[in-house]
Design a protein around this ligand. Structure first.
Ligand SMILES: Nc1nc2c(c(=O)[nH]1)N[C@H]1C(S)=C(S)[C@@H](COP(=O)(O)O)O[C@H]1N2
Ligand SMILES: [Mo]
Length: 252
């Protein structure tokens, strides 16, 4: 007898809601259309696969929840003041004029973009919530360059499947699948509430992913890498979060 594989287990979990007739079809589609998240082998594997697959099938294009201007938090909570590193302090002292966003991997034109390069691309704003997994949240207006604009400026290749993003705080890195990377609410944010993005909130440059929990909105972004092989990054789980028991996919 062959022991049941983890993948079969996930496929079984995925199909549990599908009804007897749809079981085989749902397992087939989960594999065929990449509905298995990179951290599926973790503790939350089967449950996360279900959430991720359901979200990708039903709501890939759904907007983030937006709020009226009157609901912008008067005293938003930054859970950190600034990276204490000397490298960051040097950037801060020069007004971030040397800050660069390096874009590489599966792109036609790898680039090193200054903040003014980024600001010269089309930008947008949204009033959305940062929701921490610990239960607190706040609402702010975020002004930034949609990640999709940066990706089209560098010519992201059609076979890229994930965008990996990294911070000057090297233990903070994460990735998005292309549905979230190209989603119009996913920004490289450089403004907040009509001013520059304060350092406490991730300035000069922060990824905002309002359709997922706060921990995906990584601050102090320095690198983007387009890839079709997420296993090649870190421990292969798509981000550092699953190593600490948090899901790679944190949809809200
Ligand atoms: N570089 C970096 N990004 C980060 C964090 C961090 O500590 N360092 N914390 C994350 C978590 S857990 C949350 S909930 C939000 C908090 O955003 P805030 O500091 O604007 O409140 O930022 C996320 N991005
Ligand atoms: Mo958080």
């Amino acid at each position: 007898m062959t022991p049941i594989t983890r993948r079969q287990l996930i496929a079984t979990g995925l199909t549990a809601t599908a009804g007897a007739a749809g079981l085989a079809a749902a397992a087939h589609f989960a594999r065929r259309y990449g509905l298995i998240p990179p951290d599926h082998g973790g503790l939350y594997g089967p449950g996360e696969t279900l959430t991720y697959a359901a979200q990708r099938l039903l709501a890939s294009h759904a907007p983030a929840r937006e709020f009226p201007r009157s609901m912008i938090s008067k005293a938003p909570f930054a859970n950190e003041v600034a990276p204490p590193s000397d490298a960051f302090k040097r950037h801060q002292a020069t007004g971030f004029s040397d800050w660069r966003l390096i874009v590489d991997g599966m792109v036609a034109n790898p680039a090193s973009l200054s903040l003014s390069d980024l600001r010269s691309l089309p930008f947008r704003s949204q009033i959305t919530e940062v929701a921490c997994e610990e239960g607190w949240s706040y609402i702010a207006e975020w002004i930034g360059t949609p990640l999709s604009e940066v990706l089209s400026a560098v010519g992201v290749l059609p076979h890229a499947r994930y965008i990996v993003y990294r911070s000057i705080q090297t233990d903070w890195w994460d990735s998005l699948d292309m549905a979230d990377a190209l989603h119009p609410y996913t920004y490289l944010t450089w403004g907040m509430n009509d001013g520059d993005l304060p350092v406490g909130f991730g300035g000069p440059l922060r990824m905002r992913v309002p359709r997922q929990l706060g921990y995906k909105s990584i601050k102090y972004i320095t690198n983007l890498t387009a890839t079709d092989n997420i296993k090649a990054f870190g421990k292969g789980l798509g981000s550092a979060s699953p190593e600490g028991g948090y899901a790679w996919y944190a949809g809200i």
